[in-house]
Design a protein around this ligand. Structure first.
Ligand SMILES: Cc1cc2nc3c(=O)[nH]c(=O)nc-3n(C[C@H](O)[C@H](O)[C@H](O)COP(=O)(O)OP(=O)(O)OC[C@H]3O[C@@H](n4cnc5c(N)ncnc54)[C@H](O)[C@@H]3O)c2cc1C
Length: 398
């Protein structure tokens, strides 16, 4: 049976995968490009079946203890006046604020700490080349080290280089025409447990969210077709500052915070679209396989569930090809539902003209009426339960 597994990446998908592979009795090595465990990231949602996976790992409560404390989403005008409010207490786990709303870095750390003593972690390295044959996958790393594995599982996120190495040209990305910058700023007097969203004309929004650290998490969004991300954080900051220079509301304070931020995460949103997720001894998972983008609200949920299913299928059989096939059969319909983000969604959320912003505000006032709010969230929220979670039987000793 395949025993030696190399997992690449060190975030949500990789650490969940490592946990379940250990449960299945595999020897696990994790290679992460960053020089040390990657902190950072803003609020992400763990929804539906992903919560069941965390429960099976006995980590649900631990993750919940890191909740950001967000209680509502409010939409505000340039004076900070509330236009519409969606409260967690009224909408439950179905609403835009999920019941399990945590910082990405904290979720990844809980998962990492649950396995790091039993896994061979290698930071600051990446795969340079792989060849696989009937005996093994032969891997050469950037560090110069060469090793053999029975399986290589790629969980490197949306920009995965190993995916491009193995499945060259097969990703047909779906560009969402949205650019987002996430960063942390000092807490201001108006910041509370409510997340606050402001739309400025020109397809721009400023979103401020609470965290559990006494700071505020800011997201600047531009609905614009940018294809090449500026390389350095300095250039990324410059782009955001230029584009938001004339925005109202709390823009000046947010841009001051951006100047000093050390954790800017800049993302040109695009979905990963792959016709296949495996080849020989190699398989993709998480965002590397199917990134649905933050617009879907389900990326982290898919990463946790995908890791659970991939490890579970590999634990069931000696036949790698069969395991990969079953993994894909279970995950693909779920992923397709998750990726089904209408392209007009970002445009609707980011009007360009002043008239558009004013129409959007009227629409928000209407849909936030109590009866309509509940129906709307049922229709608009991610399909986080739309998969039957298999119940894998692991040996007690594993
Ligand atoms: C620092 C960071 C901040 C984020 N912030 C947000 C956020 O605020 N909001 C949001 O919705 N989503 C955010 N995301 C994305 C979110 O984590 C994912 O969409 C989702 O959780 C799926 O996780 P994943 O493990 O598949 O991919 P990711 O979380 O993207 O993790 C991929 C990991 O692979 C590593 N890696 C990349 N290339 C290689 C390579 N060649 N070899 C080895 N390792 C490699 C990366 O350093 C990273 O640790 C963030 C991701 C990161 C890495």
């Amino acid at each position: 049976m395949a025993k030696r597994v190399l997992v690449t990446g060190g975030s949500v998908a990789a650490n969940t995968l490592a946990w379940w592979l250990l449960r299945g009795g595999f020897d696990v090595t994790v290679v992460e490009k960053a020089a040390e465990f990657r902190e950072g990231g803003q609020s992400i949602d763990v929804r539906g079946v992903a919560r069941s996976v965390l429960r099976r790992m006995e980590l649900e409560e631990k993750v919940a203890a890191h909740g950001t404390g967000e209680t509502a989403w409010t939409f505000v005008d340039e004076h900070g006046k509330v236009i519409a409010k969606f409260e967690l207490s009224k909408l439950g786990a179905d609403g835009p604020t999920a019941e399990l709303e945590v910082l990405r870095g904290e979720l990844a750390r809980v998962l990492y700490e649950s396995v790091h003593e039993r896994v061979d972690y290698r930071f600051g390295d990446t795969i340079a080349a792989i060849e696989d044959d009937v005996h093994a996958a032969h891997v050469r790393f950037e560090s110069g080290r060469s090793e053999e594995y029975d399986l290589v599982l790629v969980a490197e996120g949306v920009g995965s280089l190993t995916r491009e190495l193995i499945f060259k040209g097969e990703n047909e990305p779906r560009w969402m025409e949205v650019t987002m910058g996430y960063f942390t700023i000092p807490k201001g007097p108006g910041d509370s447990t409510d997340a606050r969203w402001y739309n400025a004309p020109g397809g721009r929004s400023i979103f401020l969210r609470p965290d559990n650290k006494g700071t505020t998490r800011a997201v600047l969004t531009l609905q614009a077709p940018i294809r090449e991300a500026p390389e350095s954080a300095q250039e990324q900051k410059r782009l955001l500052k230029e584009r938001f220079a004339d925005a109202d509301w709390e823009a000046p304070r947010v841009l001051d915070g951006l100047e000093d931020a050390t954790d800017l995460y800049f993302d040109l949103l695009r979905q990963v679209r792959m016709k296949r997720w495996h080849k020989g001894r190699i398989a993709l998972t998480g965002d590397a396989a199917w990134c649905a983008t933050p617009l879907s609200g389900i990326g982290t949920t898919l990463a946790i569930v995908g890791a659970y299913v991939l490890a579970g299928e590999l634990s069931k059989t000696h036949d790698i090809a069969q395991a990969f096939k079953c993994y894909e059969n279970i995950m693909r319909p779920f992923v397709e539902k998750g990726q089904n983000v209408p392209k007009f969604g970002p445009r609707l959320m980011h009007p360009h003209s002043r008239l558009g912003v004013s129409f959007q505000r009227s629409a928000l006032r209407f849909v936030s009426k109590p009866g309509i709010q509940k129906v709307l969230t049922k229709v608009a929220m991610p399909p986080a339960d739309k998969v039957d979670l298999p119940d894998y039987q692991y040996r007690a000793s594993s």
